[in-house]
Design a protein around this ligand. Sequence first.
Ligand SMILES: C[S@@+](CC[C@H](N)C(=O)[O-])C[C@H]1O[C@@H](n2cnc3c(N)ncnc32)[C@H](O)[C@@H]1O
Length: 291
Amino acid sequence: MEETESSRTAVLVCQARAVAHGRLAPGRFDDPIASALLRPDERAAVERVRSDEPPRGMGPRLEFEFLRATAEGLVPRTVAIDDAVRERARPQLVILGAGLDGRAWRMPELADTAVFEVDHPRSQQDKRERAAALPPPAGKVAFVPVDFTADDDLGEALESAGYGTGRPTTWIWEGVVPYLTRAEVAATLRALTEASAPGSRLVVHYQAPSLAASIGRPVARAMRRLSRQPDPMAHEPWRSAWTPAAMRDLLAGQGYTVADDTDLLSLAEALGMPVRTPRSLRSGRVLIADR
Ligand SMILES: C[S@@+](CC[C@H](N)C(=O)[O-])C[C@H]1O[C@@H](n2cnc3c(N)ncnc32)[C@H](O)[C@@H]1O
């Protein structure tokens, strides 16, 4: 991420959840907070997709299709992570690279959980401004600014916000690993492990290597440039992809046991939701590991 601006991919995935709300996997996926976190122009783009009427012109059509496809991936990943959080209540939940995550506001199950939202300082400032208009969260939320690519001490930052290293924690690391190098992923994992009491759980969403994605992303970028469409990924390039075996080895090295590691397409199929873009879901994965 660039130092000067807040995350645009955080806005994109929030828009995608707003697109999906009430339409994809109803009864299993639900995110009424997403729309409330968006600015009016961002919400207008969501409404265009929800209208199901593709706009004319290459630029608007590109934005429409991209947002519609992103919404399909967000549903299985959100449901799998929510289920992993609900499976066993722990006194603390840390959301790493929280962006515009609405869990602290939309999950009543978190009423007795201390939630810590960790994010890059720029993105977190943006979130705090947007969240000011939300109804109160289910329980307590603390905002903890940390840059995973700098020398920031994650454990220290959390402790100064009231985090207790002796208490079990559920960690959510969703939509962040691809934006970090392998070394930054390993260093962040070491830091969160040091701050994890026995009985903690780590839920990671990551990207497996994919030929379709490595061709598709530069093509999409070129098409956006041609049609003078803003690129939400312009300042947030992907830096690491992990095979399931490599991710499992990394976690085993820190003492984790993997309870589940499933691709987004299988998760979407299990939800019985229609999928228009199966290829882009195949390489995204949600892994649950305990320690
Ligand atoms: C695609 S968004 C995902 C947001 C959220 N987890 C979700 O799934 O809705 C990527 C998030 O990673 C955060 N991020 C990226 N690089 C980071 C870094 N070096 N340090 C801290 N956070 C970072 C961004 O600020 C942004 O909130």
